[in-house]
Write a protein of this length. Structure first.
Length: 272
């Protein structure tokens, strides 16, 4: 059995990371975790102002650094520009975190067609597009670790899914739950194809985390939702950051195609 040092098992120091939707919410929580553990993190969001402010805030935390790369990922050309800008700065990308997403609620009778398209585009299609455009950088990072036919430290794709993609939610957010269910399967499909290139793909299916996206839900039904969570609380930044760090670290180098449910036990105790 090969030997290992525990202090290096979860080490991400020096890795280059891209977090889409990294200026706030879950994306900011994940970015913070990587930066606090010595990674170089590029964050993307639609708002250049928010992206810059968050990058400055997180770089101050150190010891890693945070660099803003604002882009509107709804726009295909913007994704291309983002990938080209990243490639002009880095020769390798060790970790891609596909976190950018949106939600929309409306009744089944009144749900706008344009809204359905918008949510599916950002939450699903653009995950594929971003991944596709940065594949050369992910392959380059993996190639540095190839020994014979084995990649000792694969490049990582971490997709941020949802428990709403694993069960039917009680509220009317049809394209959101559909997009997350499809994202979980896309992640598995990518895992099967990209393993040959030394790239692994996994998903974190998140439960309730306080953020701008969930603010209205928490305001209207937060107490009831938490009461239905066996561990009796919403998710904390450490929960999502720790899970992402695990998936990006040597500890998870043999994990691919997995969907990790991060919800305090909500799904297994829920009738959802």
């Amino acid at each position: 059995m090969s030997s290992f040092e525990v202090q290096n098992l979860f080490n991400v120091k020096g890795k280059v990371v891209l977090v889409t939707g990294g200026s706030r919410g879950i994306g900011k929580m994940i970015s913070t975790g990587f930066i606090r553990n010595g990674a170089k993190v590029y964050i993307s969001s639609r708002s250049a102002q928010d992206c810059k402010a968050t990058a400055e805030e997180l770089t101050t935390l150190g010891p890693g650094v945070c660099i803003p790369l604002p882009a509107d990922l709804q726009d295909y050309e913007e994704v291309e520009r983002l990938a080209k800008e990243l490639a002009s700065r880095e020769k390798e990308l060790h970790v891609l975190v596909n976190n950018a997403g949106a939600a929309w609620g409306a009744s089944v009778d009144d749900f706008p067609d344009a809204a359905f398209t918008k949510i599916l585009t950002l939450n699903l299609q653009r995950v594929f597009t971003v991944t596709q455009k940065v594949l050369p950088l992910l392959r380059a990072a993996a190639a540095k670790t190839k020994q014979g036919e084995v990649y000792t430290d694969p490049a990582r794709i971490i997709n941020i899914g949802s428990v709403e993609g694993l069960g039917v939610p009680p509220h009317e957010t049809y394209p959101y739950s559909v997009s997350k269910a499809a994202l979980h399967h896309l992640s598995r499909h990518l895992a099967a194809k990209l393993a040959e290139d030394g790239i692994i793909s996994n998903t974190i299916a998140c439960g309730l985390f306080p953020s701008k996206m969930t603010a209205y839900t928490i305001k209207m039904a937060g107490d009831a939702i938490v009461a239905g969570i066996p561990l009796q609380r919403a998710g904390k930044p450490e929960d999502i950051a720790g899970t992402a760090l695990y998936l990006a670290s040597p500890a998870a180098s043999w994990v691919t195609g997995a969907t990790i449910t991060l919800d305090g036990g909500f799904l297994v105790s829920s009738k959802m």
